[in-house]
Design a protein around this ligand. Structure first.
Ligand code: MN
Length: 165
């Protein structure tokens, strides 16, 4: 079972408007969210609901719906599912202090059992967002040595309707 221990340990909930949250068993529709986070280094936080939490990756530039473009995705701590609604200002001096915008949100449909696919390092899924749609993948990079760094790639895949075009 997932845990929010790392998420909660990093934050002071008397000072940040972010939700404390709780592990929340998933219902039939799994949520995803992308948050634009204007921290000291602007990045996008890509989050997929799984195992009662939002599995999270930080992406240096905005996701691109072009199969030729792969985005480096660095895992970050699991976030509570209710974080999928969060936008606003995290106060200066607090963890991640800066402005957060909801950049996209919707549901995602995994092609394989998601927890096992996550552990294998190869998630293939459909996104049903306002900006991001169609087939995507998150794949853990590298061989046994580089895998210790736990770096992933987010990439668009060719949609079936595009394949013969
Ligand atoms: Mn962030």
């Amino acid at each position: 079972m997932a845990s929010l221990h790392r998420y909660q340990a990093k934050r002071h909930f008397d000072r940040t408007p972010e939700p404390r949250g709780a592990v929340t068993p998933s219902r039939d529709k799994l949520r995803f969210v992308v948050q634009r986070h204007a921290a000291s280094t602007l990045h996008y936080d890509f989050r997929l609901e799984m195992d009662g939490v939002l599995k999270s990756w930080a992406i240096t530039r905005q996701p691109e719906a072009d199969p030729a473009v792969k985005r480096l995705a660095v895992p970050t701590e699991d976030h509570p599912v209710e974080y999928a609604q969060f936008e606003g200002d995290i106060p200066p001096g607090e963890y991640g202090g800066s402005h957060v915008d909801l950049w996209d949100q919707g549901t995602w449909v995994p092609e394989d059992a998601p927890i096992a696919a996550y552990r294998r390092g190869k998630l293939q899924f459909e996104l049903k967002g306002k900006r991001l749609k169609g087939r995507w993948a998150l794949v853990r990079m590298g061989n046994a040595q580089t895998r210790k760094k736990d770096l992933w790639l987010l990439m668009k895949r060719i949609d079936a309707e595009d394949a013969g075009a």
